[in-house]
Design a binder for this molecule. Structure first.
Ligand SMILES: NC(=O)c1ccc[n+]([C@@H]2O[C@H](COP(=O)([O-])OP(=O)(O)OC[C@H]3O[C@@H](n4cnc5c(N)ncnc54)[C@H](OP(=O)(O)O)[C@@H]3O)[C@@H](O)[C@H]2O)c1
Length: 375
């Protein structure tokens, strides 16, 4: 098995470099500084090659010679590339997350044509294409809706376009939707800070210390290494046609995702001293949370960081879970080569708020019993 991964320099890309044994060929842009990435690859002693390309160009910008070389060994194309900028322009989000995503189908089709065997396409998406949906969000195509943010809208359009194009040209396809990605589960290392981290970064600035959220709002989050391991296993399973009827999976904790309240309480118990002040979760209805989170985008007069924080409110403040029946069924067919996400509430709290076990070493041995979650 050799998987071809676009977006190797990104958050998930880093975790793909760090984990798994499958050979990887990574696509990076010429404009991407690759010195650190190459050093990382060398230090991991993994079989990883890099090629230059651009997903916004047909066949991802690869010439015939390169395509022929790749066709000889690539068993699955994985797209982790795109724009994850919530405040990106409609044009840039469309080009990266719709056009680039569809060109990926064409790229896989071209490799299949040259090699004479099927080359499937695994496209990463986000659970947040659910927009303002509450309750159980299914692993199915989702309908059009007015409540999506610009980023969610173009990720959703990308899904529709990929499914349509793959059916048209006969490329086996899998959409893998992910929730908020946390840093590495062992080191906490993260490439950038998404919605969950913004909760901790802006903790002391939350107006009046009041956090509006639905009563049983859930926070689904997965360390990036877990996500990468599941993705690699799915890519190999897709290539082996182990789950031919599954088209969409959620790489989530499903109903086991912690509630926002439980996550905050866990953080406080792990390290009370990490918080200058405490916030109060105030019960709010779905519309309140959704409308508040859309304020920045609609009226656009907020600093970028606050705008992102407001958008992030819908990722922590809605009472919903992301079904993962398809994921469990797909993983079941793979001889347990990767486990479904099962983040503990303490791990979620530690990673979100940067509460590393090392902090506890300052507690003397005598008082160790006071440390609820001892190292
Ligand atoms: N991070 C999260 O919390 C999260 C949550 C849910 C879903 N997801 C989904 O997971 C996937 C990967 O996310 P991520 O967090 O790893 O993203 P990321 O860190 O923003 O990385 C994006 C990657 O895409 C590459 N890229 C962008 N435009 C490109 C182009 N035109 N041609 C080639 N490469 C291009 C970037 O390369 P450069 O280094 O050159 O910029 C980078 O490697 C995305 O589909 C995202 O929607 C992420």
């Amino acid at each position: 098995m050799t998987i071809f991964v676009a977006g190797l320099s990104g958050q998930i890309g880093h975790a793909v470099v760090d984990h798994g044994a499958t050979k990887v060929i990574g696509l990076v842009r010429r404009s991407t500084g690759t010195t650190r990435l190459r050093r990382r690859i060398e230090s991991r002693s993994r079989e990883i090659e890099l090629v230059y390309g651009d997903i916004t160009v047909p066949h991802w910008g690869l010439e015939r010679g390169a395509l022929e070389k790749l066709a000889a060994e690539v068993t699955c194309v994985v797209n982790c590339a795109g724009s994850t900028d919530w405040q990106g322009s409609a044009e840039s989000l469309h080009v990266s997350n719709v056009v680039g995503a569809v060109y990926g189908v064409g790229f896989a089709a071209r490799l299949a044509e040259i090699s004479g065997r099927s080359v499937p396409y695994l496209h990463t998406s986000t659970t947040y294409v659910a927009g303002s949906a509450i309750g159980v969000v299914p692993e199915t195509r989702l309908g059009a809706g007015a409540d999506r943010t610009r980023y969610e809208h173009f990720k959703w359009m990308g899904e529709q376009a990929v499914l349509r194009q793959a059916a048209d040209v006969g490329v086996p396809v899998l959409l893998a939707r992910m929730p908020a990605l946390l840093g590495d589960s062992h080191t906490g290392e993260t490439l950038y800070k998404n919605s969950l981290y913004q909760l901790s970064e802006r903790w002391n600035d939350i107006p009046l210390g009041l956090l509006p959220a639905m009563k049983n709002a859930r926070v689904d989050c997965v360390p990036r290494d877990t996500a990468a391991q599941v993705l690699i296993a799915l890519a190999n399973g897709l290539a082996a046609r182990s789950f031919p009827d599954i088209k969409i999976v959620h790489i989530t904790n499903g109903v086991n995702a912690p509630t926002l309240r439980a996550l905050l309480e866990a953080a406080r118990m792990v390290d009370q001293h990490a918080f200058d002040k405490w916030v109060r979760v105030v019960p709010a209805g779905r519309d309140h949370v959704v409308n508040a989170s859309a304020l920045g985008e609609r009226f656009g007069r907020l600093p970028a960081k606050w705008q992102n924080t407001l958008i992030g409110l819908r990722y922590i403040g809605l009472d919903r879970s992301f079904d993962r029946a398809n994921l469990l069924s797909a993983l079941d067919s793979l001889d347990k080569s990767a486990a479904a996400p099962a983040i503990s509430i303490e791990a979620a709290a530690r990673l979100t708020f940067g509460l590393h076990p090392a902090r506890e070493s300052v507690v003397s041995q005598k008082h160790r019993s006071l440390v609820r979650f001892g190292a």
